[in-house]
Design a protein around this ligand. Structure first.
Ligand SMILES: [Fe+2]
Ligand SMILES: [Fe+2]
Length: 208
């Protein structure tokens, strides 16, 4: 299966993109191992996340519409964003992927999705943070967080993308904001639970 996908990618994406794809595959596997998730699924989603990256805008729109996807005005203005959804269609049609978790992780790799599962979170993070993305202080910090707290890393990575989109005067897809709000809420909740349990430990100390 992996060899088949690699052969298809060699014909459909440039070598530089292939490097990125392999970087995402490796980082997704490593994160899956770290968080005790299915490494095989992470590898598949990582390897197939950008299958449609170089499809023409017209083709992306056509395939998304044929699939019955609900399109946001930002998708129509910038069909390139649909490459995530369309990559999942190619994974299913071309490579027979039926695992819903893997297909969802491919779909969610660019904009995320509020409520997405942990496999989607790690592929989303691997796409933005694989080593080929660079080694700025900000990226290194995000990588560090991704090994400590997944939802916090998703939140901070959304913030990082949003800053870039604002600075470069690009359209912002509402799903990026929804993903960011969702991940931030979960990260905050986890942190306040930790604080509560620390406080109750302190209380218990006094009681003893
Ligand atoms: Fe992508
Ligand atoms: Fe990618």
């Amino acid at each position: 299966m992996r060899q088949q996908v690699l052969a298809w990618l060699a014909d459909n994406v440039p070598a530089s993109r292939l490097q990125h794809i392999l970087g995402v595959e490796q980082m997704a596997i490593a994160l899956a191992r770290h968080y005790h998730l299915d490494e095989e699924k992470a590898a598949r989603a990582g390897l197939m996340h950008d299958l449609a990256k170089y499809f023409k805008p017209q083709k992306l729109l056509q395939m998304a519409q044929a699939e019955g996807l609900e399109l946001d005005p930002v998708d129509i203005a910038n069909p390139h964003l649909l490459h995530a959804n369309v990559s999942a269609i190619v994974a299913r049609e071309q490579f027979g992927i039926k695992d819903e978790e893997v297909l969802q992780a491919i779909k969610n790799h660019t904009l995320g999705s509020p409520g997405m599962d942990l496999l989607s979170c790690i592929v989303f993070l691997a796409d933005s943070l694989e080593p080929g993305r660079g080694s700025t202080t900000e990226l290194e910090k995000l990588r560090q967080i991704s090994w400590q707290e997944l939802h916090k890393a998703v939140w901070k990575t959304c913030d990082y993308s949003l800053k870039y989109l604002l600075d470069s005067r690009c359209l912002i897809h509402p799903r990026t904001i929804k993903t960011r709000n969702w991940a931030m809420e979960i990260a905050d909740r986890k942190q306040s639970n930790q604080v509560k349990s620390q406080k109750s430990k302190v209380k218990n100390c006094f009681l003893e």
